[in-house]
Structures are given as structure tokens and as C-alpha cells.
Design a protein around this ligand. Structure first.
Ligand code: TXA
Ligand code: MG
Length: 347
């Protein structure tokens, strides 16, 4: 795939139509394992730029990385992990300056970052207008989770790639997080393009997540950085998450529920409906101009996942009120797509 097509995909949310020109050739058939040295890092940066998946060591656990600005690449993370829903992912950045391009973080958050980064602290803050982390990586939220990892291989990869990468812990959903390249391979061999082997990760426990989206700093997940260290630096206690601060997929769905009434699993269009198609199922019998978009004309579920949030947004931009959504197979990442569509259809 040519390099410049990544930039093209990064802009997909800004466009009115929601088709990718092409989904890259089949990734992940063979998983390469390379030492996390300069050569390995350079190869990994190339894989990321081409929209592929790289497993890499951090000081906490191994991460499963993809270009955070490329929804098709991010969709592959969810597919590889077998995540039941589009949970928001952590975007990994080099430093505080890079984080400030992504989030409108309050002064207290920046002070924490300046003190503890690079390190096992993840900050959640409102998205900045200059941010490039795509909707899918944020699961449609108006906030973004950011962390600058301390592992030299992760830092070298960020420097070589030059943009943030989204990376959840590198296990299959429901398994414990991997702390060696062998764990990663056992879970995800054949589903990730490249594993950077940096030996056992030092912390072996995920980062601590603190949210700055409410009225006070809130501990969303205890992790490798002790709460007391953060509280000492802040000079204040961290709040416990209220139910509103806990990010459940259902909450994120409400954020993207279009104003339109969505009828899912539709076999054909009613007279007053517009169609959101998949694999050309509705197009064949629809009057001209009535298909808003086909999430994947080729019936590729990863492409459909990558296009979903842009399509829901487009429906609102166009002021459409009644949408028939073509059936999408409930397999693999299709389960997450259907979960999101069902929630978007609930009034
Ligand atoms: O140590 C770590 O943090 C590892 C390494 C790879 O960096 N990553 C990791 O990512 O544990 P993951 O995806 O397994 O966990 C991310 C957590 C999830 O619980 C998710 O709900 C939360 O971060 N999260 C992400 N974005 C959020 C947001 N905008 N608001 C609230 N929570 C968010
Ligand atoms: Mg995890």
C-alpha cells in the first residue's frame, strides 16, 4: 500500500462519503517476530504507516498498536482482540507536547504528565481540535486517553512513526495482559503483523488511569503508578468514579446515536427511508440517491467497522430522519458493529 494512502484514510471523517478507496491487502497472515532493536523498530514503524498491527513492549504490559488516526487500522485492533464492543483505547504519545496536540488538558493534568511521563500514567481529557486520534479509537467519546510509555522500544517506535498510536493491552479480550513476546504470540499469532520482542515488561501491570473530564480528577483504573504518588503530586485526593464517569459502551453509543430513527436488519427500503448498506444488499433494489453509504461494498467487516462512526455522523449532517440498515453478520467484529447499531437505534 502506498504511504500517502494512510494520510488519505486519516481524513475519512472529514469527508461526506464514507468509502475507503481500497482496504489494504490482507494483513496478519504471517506474524513476524523481531528483536526490539533499531532495525526492528524501523520495520515496525513501516507496518504502522501501512495500516498494520504491531505488538510492542511498554514498561507495563505489551501493547497492540495501530495508527491512531487511521480508522481501518484501529478496526483491526478490535478484530484481533475479539473485543465484544468498541471500548475506547489509549493513544500512546511521545511526550507532553504531543499530548497537548491531542487533548485540551487542564493545568493539573499537564503537571502530572510533566512529572510522571514517560511512565505508567494514562490521562483522560477532552479532545483538542488539533487532535488526530480517530473517533473509532475513542469509541466516539469527546475525550481521549493519552500516555507516554517509558519503555525505550516504545519511545523509539513513537519517534520513528511520528504520530500517536492506539494500543490496548495485547491480549485477546478476557485473557490477562501479556508481559512477554511469547504471551503475545500465544494469544495473537496470525492476527498481528509484527511482534517487537523486548523481553519481559518490567511492571507487568497496566497503567493507572486518571480522568480530567469532570469537576475533579478521578481514578478510573488503579495501576502501576500508585494512587498515593499521584495524590501527593496533586495535593488532593483522587475521586472515585461516579457511574457517569465509568465508560461503558452504552454511554458511548448515546453520544453517536443519530437523530434519525434507525431500523436495523432491514432487507429493503420503505418509501420514506434512506439506506445504510453493507455489501450492496439494499442498493440492488433502492431508488437512485437513497443509499447514504455502503459501509463496505465488498462485505468486509473491518472496513465496515472503520466506516461506521463517519456514516452515523453523515446521517446527522444530512438531516435524514429514517434510516434502514442492511443486515450485518454477527461474527467477529460484526458483533461489535451490531452492538453499536442496536444501541444507536434505541430511543
Ligand atoms: O498499561 C497500559 O495502559 C496498557 C499499555 C499497552 O499501554 N494499555 C492498556 O490499554 O491497558 P487497554 O485498552 O487494555 O485499557 C484502556 C482503558 C480501558 O479500560 C478504557 O475503558 C479506558 O482505558 N479508556 C480509554 N479511553 C478512555 C476515555 N476517553 N475515557 C475513559 N476511559 C477510557
Ligand atoms: Mg486491557
Amino acid at each position: 500500500m502506498p504511504r500517502n494512502s494512510v494520510a488519505k484514510q486519516a481524513n475519512v471523517h472529514d469527508r461526506q462519503d464514507c468509502h475507503f478507496s481500497a482496504i489494504p491487502e490482507r494483513f496478519n497472515a504471517v506474524t513476524r517476530i523481531l528483536k526490539a532493536d533499531a532495525q526492528g523498530v524501523a520495520a515496525a514503524a513501516e507496518v504502522l504507516a501501512a495500516g498494520g498491527l504491531v505488538a510492542f513492549p511498554t514498561e507495563t504490559v505489551y501493547g497492540l498498536g495501530a495508527d491512531a488516526s487511521n480508522p481501518a487500522a484501529v478496526a483491526r485492533i478490535y478484530a484481533a482482540k475479539g473485543r465484544p464492543a468498541f471500548n475506547p483505547l489509549i493513544a500512546h504519545v511521545s511526550n507532553v507536547a504531543a499530548a497537548q496536540r491531542e487533548a485540551a488538558a487542564p493545568a493539573k493534568a499537564l503537571a502530572l504528565a510533566a512529572h510522571f511521563w514517560p511512565g505508567p500514567l494514562t490521562l483522560v481529557a477532552p479532545v483538542a481540535p488539533t487532535g488526530c486520534v480517530c473517533d473509532l479509537a475513542r469509541a466516539g467519546l469527546s475525550s481521549v486517553a493519552l500516555r507516554a510509555p517509558a519503555h525505550p522500544a516504545a519511545q523509539a517506535l513513537l519517534a520513528a512513526f511520528g504520530r500517536p498510536f492506539a494500543a490496548p493491552s495485547d491480549n485477546r479480550s478476557g485473557h490477562v495482559s501479556p508481559v512477554t513476546a511469547q504471551h503475545v504470540a500465544a494469544d495473537l499469532s496470525g492476527k498481528v503483523d509484527l511482534i517487537l520482542d523486548g523481553g519481559r515488561t518490567p511492571a507487568g501491570l497496566e497503567s493507572t488511569i486518571v480522568s480530567f473530564t469532570g469537576s475533579e480528577p478521578t481514578l478510573l483504573r488503579p495501576g502501576a503508578l500508585p494512587r498515593a504518588d499521584i495524590e501527593a503530586m496533586l495535593g488532593a485526593h483522587l475521586a472515585a468514579p461516579t457511574s457517569a464517569a465509568i465508560v461503558a459502551p452504552g454511554m458511548t453509543a448515546a453520544h453517536y446515536a443519530p437523530a434519525a430513527y434507525l431500523r436495523i436488519d432491514a432487507e429493503s427500503l420503505a418509501q420514506d427511508e434512506y439506506g445504510l448498506d453493507f455489501g450492496g444488499q439494499l442498493s440492488a433494489h433502492a431508488p437512485a440517491g437513497r443509499i447514504v453509504c455502503d459501509l463496505s461494498p465488498a462485505g468486509d467487516m473491518i472496513e465496515a467497522a472503520a466506516n461506521l462512526f463517519a456514516a452515523l455522523r453523515d446521517i446527522d449532517v444530512r438531516g435524514l430522519t429514517k434510516i434502514a440498515v442492511a443486515p450485518i453478520p454477527d461474527e467477529g467484529i460484526g458483533e461489535a458493529i451490531n452492538d453499536r447499531l442496536q444501541r444507536a437505534a434505541v430511543r
